[in-house]
Structures are given as structure tokens and as C-alpha cells.
Design a protein around this ligand. Structure first.
Ligand SMILES: [Zn+2]
Ligand SMILES: [Zn+2]
Length: 173
């Protein structure tokens, strides 16, 4: 059975209810079950999502893995897959959404009424990401705005931010 209050909180945050939100909701519940913990106040829980669709909103609400805290990261592969890491216990795993059975018409209803253990395959987590680095800042000679050196290019000997350069790619005509 789903926890109605939790689902409502996800819907409020996301703005509507949909099948994608239900996937993230069930992934978050499964992860909490496997890890034996709930909401992450700090950064003890880390999630790497392989898509940036509706489901990640439920993960933010349910588990406290959020963009702003830096414990929700994106490894964009367009897959319905989420790796979770518990920094305290060292446990980690990846939840990959199983194929839908044929004939499912209302995906949201299907995801919400299924046992989350039947919805996902538990796999090995992706490698844990490198720690965030601090970069020196430089001023773009074109727009005058500051940005980190990882996002700076040299154009005619001047620093440029990525919005002020033209990409040079001879294979992309
Ligand atoms: Zn949605
Ligand atoms: Zn610029």
C-alpha cells in the first residue's frame, strides 16, 4: 500500500501527478527499505539519477537527495535508473526499472499499485563520483561575467565563457 501523505507531498512539490513521479516515488521507497533509513538531512545519502525527468522530484522529496545539497547528481543516459549510496554504512546499489508488462494502460496506477520490489531490478551501483572541486574564477572578456576555470576557453588569447564562444567542430557541418 502506498503512503498517501508521502505521495501527496511529492505531488505538491512536482505540481501534478504522473507515471514518472510514481516511478521515482517507488524507487525512493525501495531505496529507503534497502538502506533502512528515510530522509537524508545532510549528505549521508547520495543519488545518481540517469535521467532528469519527473521521477527525480519524488526522490528529492522522499529522500532529501537534492540538487542544492549536491547529493543528487545526474549521469544522463536517458534510463529509468537510480544509484543510491549510504555514506555511513557504505551500502550502495542501482535500481533499474523493469519493462512494463504488456497491456498496462494507466502507468501511474500500475506503478503505485505494484510492490516496489517487483518494479525494479537491483544492480551494482555506478562508481561513486569524485568529490566536488573548487575552481579558480576568471572574467569572460566578452560578457564580463565571472566563471570557474573549468568553463573557460581561450579565444585569441582572451578568456571566454562557454556562452561566448563558437564551437569548432569540423565533423559537425
Ligand atoms: Zn510529471
Ligand atoms: Zn561570456
Amino acid at each position: 500500500m502506498i503512503d498517501d501523505r508521502a505521495w501527496k507531498r511529492c505531488a505538491e512539490f512536482h505540481g501534478h501527478v504522473c507515471g514518472g513521479l510514481a516511478i521515482g516515488f517507488q524507487a525512493a521507497r525501495y531505496a529507503a527499505d534497502l538502506l533502512g533509513r528515510q530522509f537524508s538531512k545532510d549528505e549521508e545519502l547520495v543519488c545518481i539519477a540517469e535521467n532528469d525527468a519527473c521521477g527525480v522530484d519524488a526522490i528529492q522529496v522522499m529522500l532529501g537527495c537534492s540538487v542544492g545539497k549536491g547529493n543528487l547528481l545526474f549521469h544522463m543516459r536517458g534510463k529509468e535508473a537510480y544509484s543510491f549510496y549510504d555514506r555511513e554504512s557504505g551500502r550502495s546499489f542501482r535500481l533499474l526499472l523493469n519493462d512494463l508488462p504488456e497491456g498496462v494502460e494507466d502507468t501511474m496506477e500500475y506503478f503505485l499499485s505494484s510492490d516496489y520490489k517487483d518494479l525494479f531490478t537491483v544492480k551494482e551501483a555506478r562508481p561513486f563520483p569524485r568529490p566536488a572541486e573548487l575552481f579558480r574564477s576568471y572574467r569572460c572578456a566578452c560578457c564580463g561575467e565571472m566563471t570557474g576555470e573549468n568553463w573557460i576557453r581561450l579565444v585569441n588569447g582572451e578568456y571566454r565563457c562557454l556562452d561566448c564562444i563558437e564551437e569548432y567542430d569540423r565533423f559537425n557541418v
